[in-house]
Design a binder for this molecule. Structure first.
Ligand code: SAM
Ligand code: SF4
Length: 429
């Protein structure tokens, strides 16, 4: 989501006549888009603010700090860093170019961090920069109405607001017309989409409309909440020709005791039953997840339940994080009683387990032919492209720029825990 916000800001500024500077030291306007989901990202953002060059050839650059850090520390950033001209919360980035002009004209420094509701919020659309873009993001809702006890998002991004389905369908079509092949629908809790809309729209109905009314080749979304994984959504996985057979379904913990303290509103069993119903409908669906280790009070026994759940689900991949208390959240009031060394050790054990599972899953693809959407040059080296299978697996293969944007048939020849290698033998479409 932050990446998407950064792209939007860049595209808006380019449209307004700005060009990208090679370094922050050369820039007239420096924008730092921040994340505060974990303590580490918050500290990183604050130290980056301190490092922003204060002047450019003797002339002061305009400095804007945007994003989630601003939402809970806006005034203090302005006080602590005299070289910052403006701090803008996530709902104000659309006004960046206009506000930069105000700052340049020497008006006072300001903070804008309140949240807009549907009546005065314009969902930002992706502005394409003219370069070939294979993947696009479409924001379908903002904010979150849940209250997971560890999470700062409801404070940094406000309450849930859903965008109108027609606007979303139009944007997907516009991106498809401009050459985008795959769209990722974005929201903090995408599958509770529709709340507050008067037309009875739901997430599964939205997927159906995108399937029937757009020409996009592939559709994905992130992140759904397990409690809102409805039978209607499972049905869309079976029906839809565009929806990729992959779900990122954050579990956070495999212990029902910890899940309760996290206020996740599901138990281990409920989560496993949801996974089972999805697997029954789409047997080879790829499942990935987010996990927090070292939540307050997490005993070794709770952590072992997380490990056993990871094995039982057989995740294709997982993102795991050491818990850090976030200001204003309920869990910040719990004693952060798991020593950093124990959190790190649990994280390592979990990541080793995941690497083992991912490697076995990836090896099972060797010899198969996959449909890979070629996304662009690979980091593997010159003459190599990278892309993804419908299940979300990364594949590197020999290929040139002419193939970017095509869906290719690739025979898988090699596998690691994180990616596959293969040989292309022809485009599909
Ligand atoms: N909406 C998603 C959900 O319901 O799971 C979560 C989105 S959050 C932006 C991304 C991930 O950051 C979470 O799934 C969680 O694993 C992690 N996270 C959030 N707060 C955290 C904290 N206080 N400490 C460590 N990890 C945290
Ligand atoms: Fe945070 Fe996700 Fe929970 Fe919302 S549902 S409070 S974004 S973890």
């Amino acid at each position: 989501m932050n990446e998407h916000d950064s792209q939007k800001m860049e595209a808006m500024l380019v449209k307004d006549g700005y060009v990208r500077a090679a370094t922050a030291g050369e820039a007239d306007l420096v924008v730092l888009n921040t994340c505060s989901i974990r303590e580490k990202s918050y500290h990183k953002a604050v130290s980056q603010i301190g490092r922003i060059p204060k002047d450019r050839e003797g002339r002061k650059a305009i400095v804007a700090v945007t994003g989630c850090v601003v939402s809970h520390a806006g005034e203090s950033i302005l006080k602590k860093f005299p070289h910052v001209d403006m701090v803008l919360g996530p709902d104000h980035i659309a006004a960046l170019a206009e506000l930069a002009k105000k700052a340049e004209a020497g008006q006072e420094r300001f903070v804008r961090m309140d949240f807009s509701d549907l009546s005065d919020y314009e969902f930002p659309s992706q502005i394409l920069t003219g370069q070939k873009q294979v993947k696009g993001y479409v924001t379908i809702m903002k904010g979150c109405d849940n209250a997971c006890s560890f999470c700062i998002v409801p404070f940094t991004r406000g309450a849930e607001v859903s965008r109108s389905a027609s606007e979303i369908v139009d944007e997907v079509n516009r991106l498809a017309d401009e050459g985008v092949r795959e769209v990722m629908l974005l929201g903090q809790n995408v599958n509770s989409y529709g709340k507050g809309l008067r037309d009875g729209m739901s997430f599964s109905k939205l997927l159906r409309r995108i399937d029937e009314e757009t020409s996009i080749a592939r559709l994905r979304f992130t992140s759904p909440h397990p409690k809102d994984l409805s039978p209607a959504l499972v049905e869309e996985y079976v029906r839809s020709r565009k929806l990729c057979p992959h779900i990122h379904l954050p579990v956070q913990s495999g212990s029902s005791r910890v899940l309760k303290k996290m206020r996740r509103s599901y138990t281990r069993d409920v989560y496993l039953k949801k996974v089972e119903s999805l697997r029954r409908a789409v047997p080879d669906v790829a499942i990935t997840t987010d996990i927090i280790v070292g939540f307050p009070g997490e005993a070794e026994e709770d952590f072992e339940k997380t490990q056993s759940l990871v094995r039982e689900v057989g995740y294709d991949a997982s993102y795991s994080f050491a818990y850090s208390p976030r200001p204003g959240t309920e869990a910040a009031g719990f004693p952060d009683d798991i020593p950093p060394g124990v959190k790190q050790e649990r994280l390592t054990r979990l990541q080793d387990l995941q690497a083992e599972l991912s490697l076995a899953k990836n090896r099972s693809r060797i010899g198969r032919v996959e449909e890979v959407l070629a996304e662009g040059p690979s980091l593997e080296g010159l003459g190599q492209l990278t892309g993804r299978t419908p299940h979300g697996r990364i594949v590197n293969f020999d290929g040139g720029p002419e193939s970017v944007g095509a869906i290719l048939k690739i025979e898988i020849t090699c596998a690691s825990a994180y990616s596959l290698k293969g040989e292309a033998f022809g485009p599909i479409h």
